[in-house]
Design a protein around this ligand. Structure first.
Ligand SMILES: Cc1cc2nc3c(=O)[nH]c(=O)nc-3n(C[C@H](O)[C@H](O)[C@H](O)COP(=O)(O)OP(=O)(O)OC[C@H]3O[C@@H](n4cnc5c(N)ncnc54)[C@H](O)[C@@H]3O)c2cc1C
Ligand SMILES: [Zn+2]
Length: 268
């Protein structure tokens, strides 16, 4: 799993700081109540007389022949087996909203996003935040300029923005120029104010909501899924959706089985 920065929008990023727990730990937490333990996933698989195991999914993805051969000895006979496993319990917990085991896992990410995205994001009260302080350090001169294609999107699936017709390409280009002027002027006023000794906490008043800020956000898995439900939805603003899709991708890598259950529920 990568802890590299994943680029979002023109100057933003998402980065995994740390995570805890796993799909297995969720099962363990649930079984703890009856003094049990994680028993293993029962995914279909091929097993060899020598103990070599190959998952059926991996075999299907890599081979066209109808039976895998053992890498230790091609003369070995491999057989197919399907066992009931803990994915059934995981699905039961998720689909019956027994959600507390999903609070036993979680992650912290670092996010660089425009201030207007951060404002939307911080409405999610179950996450914990720590944001760069513009009272103590000047905000870097990094600003969001949407692409022409983005500006030309009409409200689309977003009911709040429906009824608006898309602008022309030249209107979109003109808006980008206007934004660029605004950002330059704002940064000029900001640095002039800082240089003349205006307190940072007041100098920032000239900065627009397209300026990038940076924060860390921490939540348990249950609450990350709640965030994804609201913010990967087509009704959410396109910009925060780009971040939510990045979060979804991290969750998929860290908690693949829970993420599958989440997607299945969203499709249903
Ligand atoms: C498409 C979209 C459009 C939006 N438009 C607007 C808008 O125009 N104006 C605006 O102000 N906001 C808007 N929001 C923000 C929205 O109203 C929520 O504040 C935000 O989505 C966070 O959701 P939440 O409260 O469920 O999340 P969290 O704060 O993470 O809470 C999670 C859950 O905990 C429970 N909970 C938390 N705190 C309380 C509490 N105090 N009382 C009772 N239950 C609680 C609730 O069950 C809640 O669902 C919009 C959000 C979306 C996705
Ligand atoms: Zn073998």
């Amino acid at each position: 799993l990568s802890t590299d920065r994943v680029a979002v929008l023109d100057h933003g990023y998402l980065q995994l700081v740390e995570s805890w727990g796993s799909d297995e730990r969720i099962i363990e937490a649930a079984r703890m109540s009856t003094d049990g333990a994680f028993r293993g996933w029962g995914d279909p698989r091929w097993t060899c007389q020598c103990g070599y195991i190959l998952s059926a999914a991996l075999f299907m993805a890599t081979s066209a022949v109808d039976r895998p051969s053992c890498p230790k000895d091609p003369a070995h006979v491999m057989s197919y087996e399907e066992r009931p496993g803990d994915e059934k319990l995981l699905a039961y917990l998720y689909n019956h909203r027994h959600m507390s085991p999903f609070e036993m896992a979680g992650m912290i990410i670092e996010v660089q996003a425009p201030i207007f995205v951060v404002r939307e994001w911080q409405r999610h009260r179950t996450q914990s935040y720590n944001e760069l302080s513009a009272r103590y350090a000047p905000l870097p001169d990094v600003n969001y300029v949407p692409s022409v294609e983005r500006i030309m999107q009409s409200g689309g699936a977003n009911k709040q923005a429906s009824g608006t017709k898309p602008c022309s390409m030249s209107e979109a280009a003109a808006f980008r120029v206007a934004l660029d002027h605004l950002y330059r002027r704002a940064n000029n006023d900001y640095t002039t104010a800082l240089e003349s000794g205006i307190p940072k906490e007041l100098a920032r008043l000239v900065l627009p909501v397209g300026r990038y800020s940076r924060m860390r956000a921490s939540a348990n898995l249950r609450n990350w899924l709640q965030f994804l439900t609201l913010r990967t939805d087509p009704a959410a603003q396109w910009e925060i959706r780009q971040y939510a899709l990045g979060v979804s991708n991290l969750i998929r890598q860290l908690f693949p089985r829970t993420h599958d259950l989440f997607l299945a529920e969203r499709r249903a």
